[in-house]
Write a protein that binds this ligand. Structure first.
Ligand code: NAP
Ligand code: G4F
Length: 325
């Protein structure tokens, strides 16, 4: 049985990846940090799986990661943990650097010492392209990050490449464009829209307050994207890949479709601009070119943008109906 170690297992991607690997017959070990109230909501369906073990640790605590890897001796390591909310990275730039940048080196150092034959996946981001130098963006597009988060991810990307080249480790960087799901955190714009629109439909809210509606993102489905992570580690050669749909849509379009799906009609009746959601520096346009992943990994997205919005709104309508207060 193969063994996989996942940092960030309680997050959107970590929870889907753990499920995916358990279904493939892996033994899965998930790093979780100590919190005063448990946050296992996203892994509640798999928490009692006999092949899942949770390990206590934190990206800022080198020893917790090194000891975990010494004990487990995993075949595959997926480093998904990060301070992943772009807006918060201006409010907590130092913490973002510690978790999202230096945290990567800590996991790589632990692997180098404890299990150098393992395969390593780093969760890199299209935020690294920021003020884009090229449209669409591919593996060779130069980076121009626009937030402390984006800067930290550029560090994480290059330290992964550096460890691959310096120590001959199997270390890959997946440059993933935005990917969403009903498990997305409520602070990200897609889930904020799907959830608030559902609440408006059920009479729990009257308006939706948002920032910039004109930025454009290449939005895919998280379940498809965790499969791409796994595929990258099944190759003979470590390499970096862009994972994207190749389509871009504005936040406004997401809102328009979400209102239509919920049967609310014109979004302008509910939308209010609130400048507190605007960013000091914006990423205006992201659109990825996934040709390399399609050719080498035989990966492609399975659902369209409209299907993604529909799936998220319908799930939030169900969720808000169940939690009727
Ligand atoms: P997420 O839902 O925010 O999950 C982040 C995970 O990291 C959570 O499990 C969190 O634990 C954990 N974590 C944060 N700080 C930690 C620390 N100091 N020590 C240990 N664990 C820590 O993020 P996601 O959407 O699943 O994204 C997964 C990864 O992909 C992230 O690195 C993100 O930056 C990157 N990424 C995401 C996207 C996207 O569109 N989703 C695109 C490109 C790249 P708690 O539950 O305890 O907070
Ligand atoms: O949903 P967002 O917060 O995602 P963002 O900044 O694109 O980052 C996400 O994708 C990255 C990949 O490119 C990941 F690396 C990162 O971890 C994260 O998962 O914002 C999307 C857009 C932005 O342009 C933002 O200004 O939506 C705009 N927006 C408008 N109103 C809003 C809001 N974003 C949020 N979160 N909340 C709003 O009220």
């Amino acid at each position: 049985m193969k063994k996989a170690f996942i940092t960030g297992i309680t997050g959107q991607d970590g929870s889907y990846l753990a499920q995916f690997l358990l279904e493939k017959g892996y033994n899965v070990y998930g790093l979780t940090r100590r919190t005063s109230t448990q946050n296992f909501e996203r892994i509640k369906e798999i928490i009692h799986h006999p092949n899942l073990e949770l390990i206590s640790g934190d990206l800022v605590d080198q020893q917790s990661i090194t000891f975990a890897l010494q004990d487990i001796q995993p075949d595959e390591i997926y480093n998904l943990a990060a301070q992943s909310f772009v807006k918060a990275s201006w409010e907590q730039p130092v913490l973002t650097g510690e978790f999202t940048a230096i945290g990567v080196t800590k996991v790589l150092e632990a692997m180098r010492l404890a299990c150098p034959k393992a395969k390593f996946y780093q969760a890199s981001s299209s935020e690294m392209f920021g003020k884009v130098r090229e449209v669409p963006q591919n593996e060779n597009t130069p980076f121009y990050p626009r937030s402390p988060y984006g800067v930290a991810k550029v560090y994480g990307h290059w330290i992964t490449v550096n460890y691959r080249e310096s120590y001959d480790l199997f270390a890959v960087s997946g440059i993933l464009f935005n990917h969403e799901s009903p498990r997305r955190g409520l602070e990200f714009v897609t889930r904020k829209i799907s959830n608030t629109v559902a609440r408006i439909k059920l009479g729990k809210e009257e308006v939706i307050e948002l920032g910039n509606l004109d930025s454009k993102r290449d939005w895919g489905y998280a379940k498809d994207y965790v499969q791409a992570m796994w595929l990258m580690l099944q190759q003979d050669k470590a390499d970096d890949y862009v994972i994207a749909t190749g389509e871009t849509h504005s936040v406004r379009e997401f809102l328009q479709i979400a209102c239509k799906v919920a049967g609310l009609g014109d979004y302008e009746k509910y939308y209010k601009h609130n400048k507190k959601y605007d960013r000091p520096a914006e990423v205006d346009l992201l659109i990825g070119n996934p040709e390399k992943a399609k050719k080498v990994l035989h990966w492609s997205p399975t659902i369209s943008f409209e299907e993604l919005v529909t799936l998220m709104v319908e799930k939030d309508l169900e969720f808000e109906l169940k939690n009727s207060n």
